[in-house]
Write a protein that binds this ligand. Structure first.
Ligand SMILES: [Zn+2]
Length: 225
């Protein structure tokens, strides 16, 4: 009797998970690219067939890191569409899902970086999210809490940061409404306001510092005279 292809494929796919706990109880995260490559490897014996015996595209979604799925749904609006079993359609859907999942991965990295830079870094570390993206569920919870509290975008007042600071210290605008009319102008005005305030504070501090120094210098000058 021929081997049961469906069972074989199911078993092979069941082992391919993007986020899993290893034998030592450590949580392991595979990048989207690695995860995709492993799925493609698992389905190799069936790629030549007209139809796949199981819905691989569906498996790709269900075995994805659950912490990535909200980002994935954003990047892949057709995520609820059921892909027919025809291998060509399955492979096309998998390729589209790969691209969307990679975008999702990037977006999550960015929002994690935003949360880390915006929050008290130490508190974030203590909560266990030591590496952005690795402890994803923790990071997402922290971001969700943080969003609720006091995050207001300079441009649209939404619960996110107007911009994100990159590792090289430059800023990149990340507001999703940045191209809507008036939003950039509002953010620019807000940033200018903050800069003015900061400068005012710095000027006052500088003046106080100078006054103190002058006071210290004066008696000396008198004594030396
Ligand atoms: Zn915004």
């Amino acid at each position: 009797m021929a081997p049961n292809y469906t069972d074989q494929l199911k078993a092979a796919l069941e082992h391919v998970k993007q986020l899993f706990t290893d034998s030592e109880g450590k949580e392991v995260y595979r990048s989207v690219q690695v995860y995709y490559t492993q799925i493609i490897a698992a389905i190799q014996p069936f790629v030549g067939k007209r139809d796949f015996p199981v819905n691989v595209a569906k498996k790709f979604k269900s075995n994805m890191d659950p912490g990535l799925s909200s980002f994935f749904k954003q990047a892949y609006p057709q995520h609820t569409t059921v892909v027919p079993l025809e291998s060509g359609l399955q492979l096309a859907a998998l390729r589209a899902m790969l691209a969307a999942a990679q975008k999702a991965e990037e977006n999550r990295k960015m929002i994690s970086a935003t949360a880390i830079s915006a929050m008290n870094t130490q508190a974030f570390m203590l909560q266990g999210a030591s590496t952005a993206g690795v402890n994803a569920s923790q990071a997402e919870r922290t971001i969700a809490d943080f969003k609720k509290k006091d995050l207001a975008c300079f441009g649209c007042d939404g619960p996110h940061m107007w911009s994100t600071q990159k590792p090289d210290k430059s800023y990149v605008v990340t507001c999703p409404s940045k191209d809507k009319p008036g939003v950039r102008e509002k953010a620019d005005a807000k940033i200018a306001e903050i800069c003015t305030k900061r400068k005012g504070r710095k000027d006052r501090e500088d003046k106080r510092k100078k006054d103190r120094e002058d006071k210290r210098k004066k008696p000396k000058a008198t004594a030396n005279a």
